[in-house]
Design a protein around this ligand. Structure first.
Ligand code: COA
Length: 337
């Protein structure tokens, strides 16, 4: 018998997604690195991913936002706050959220970017919930996750380049009283060097030392992304079930009472191990990694959109969105759709 705690939470009023049109299949990767469809499928579950053919990241985010706004049946001018989760922004400044605001014509709203790598959508959702709960000026939040991993993936590194894709998704959120909601968010900076990318120059005209300070981080090849795949794998298989369990505990619900768990889509084997550790069947796990690969913070809401479109997630369902990624970061959010 469950003892679900009712609290102030969120109403997901509208959802939307946008993927770039260009698709790269495993066979396309076999032409550029020493790999095969068989290896990628067996070790990751990925078959295809969408890759930007020049569309900027904010373009994908804006199209996803417009779809979510139409789905919510509101006007852009109704939005009080735009939060954009991204670790691959088009510019350092202006922010992605300001660019998306300009594109969709929601001027006047607050706009803020967050970078929690692949955990960004969960962090953004919880941030939105807290704004909605505590600020009388914020009634409608647009939460967007937009990523173009193709910007920093090293396409000569076969162990990482095959994993990532580009894409965006968005939720329109409002406050909801007396509902199911809980969150568990955390980070472990001691794993900072396991997933890293630097797109900023470290030189400046005044600098006279050519040596890097030893920050206990990988020496990065230009701006490219590096990862310690095995370390990330170990971290993810523990962090994912742990975050779900902690969020469940706070909500007074057990994992098998959830209708669907939407995990960050990094590797299907991570998801299978996590399901086993949680004692839930894979039917409960929403997995579309075969279509999109790892789109970082966008992977959870993109999978959510597909699950809704295909009737796997319905209104009233108890949902857990669970992410993990660079930082290292991890988070789970439970709510009623
Ligand atoms: N194609 C063919 N062979 C490949 C390959 C590829 N794309 N990538 C790696 N290999 C090779 C390795 O070189 C290694 O060869 P060796 O035994 O001759 O040295 C072999 O396959 C096994 O490599 P290993 O690293 O043990 O593979 P793995 O089963 O651990 O899979 C990852 C590698 C990267 C797919 C896996 O570790 C992973 O998914 N880690 C988590 C990454 C992640 O989720 N990152 C984002 C987090 S948000």
């Amino acid at each position: 018998m469950s003892d679900i705690k009712m609290t102030t939470g969120i109403n997901v009023k509208g959802i939307g997604k946008c993927l770039p049109e260009m698709i790269a299949a495993n066979e396309d990767f076999a032409k550029i690195v020493d790999t095969s469809d068989e290896w990628i499928t067996q070790r990751t579950g990925i078959k295809t991913r969408h890759i930007s053919n020049g569309e900027p990241n904010y373009y994908l985010g804006a199209r996803a936002a417009e779809m979510a706004i139409a789905d919510a049946d509101i006007q852009p001018s109704d939005i009080d706050l735009i939060i954009v989760a991204t670790c691959t922004p088009d510019f350092y400044t202006p922010s992605e959220s300001c660019l998306i605001q300009r594109e969709i014509g929601a001027s006047g709203s607050m706009a803020i970017d967050i970078n929690c790598a692949c955990t960004g959508f969960d962090y953004g959702l919880d941030m939105a919930k807290r704004y909605l709960q505590s600020d009388d000026d914020v009634h409608t939040v647009l939460l967007v996750a937009a990523e173009e991993l193709s910007k920093f993936v090293d396409y000569t590194d076969r162990s990482s380049c095959i994993l990532f894709g580009d894409g965006a998704a968005a939720f329109v959120l409002e406050k909801r009283e007396n509902t199911l909601y809980s969150s568990y968010l955390g980070a472990d900076g001691t794993g900072a060097s396991f997933l890293a990318a630097r797109a900023l120059r470290s030189e400046n005209v005044f600098r006279n030392n050519k040596e890097e300070f030893d920050m206990n981080m990988p020496q990065l090849k230009e701006h490219f992304f590096t990862q310690e795949g095995k370390e990330v794998y170990k971290f993810a298989t523990k962090a994912l079930p742990n975050a779900v369990l902690k969020a469940c505990e706070k909500a007074g619900i057990s994992p098998d009472e959830l209708d669907a768990i939407v995990p960050h889509q990094a590797n299907v084997r991570i998801i299978e191990t996590a399901a086993k550790n949680l004692g839930v069947s894979m039917d409960k796990m929403v997995v579309y990694i075969d279509r999109y690969g790892n789109t970082s913070s966008a992977s959870i809401p993109i999978a959510f959109c597909d699950a809704v479109a295909e009737g796997r997630i319905k209104r009233g369902d108890k949902i857990c969105l669970v992410g993990f990624g660079g930082g290292l970061t991890y988070a789970a959010v439970i709510f009623e759709y």
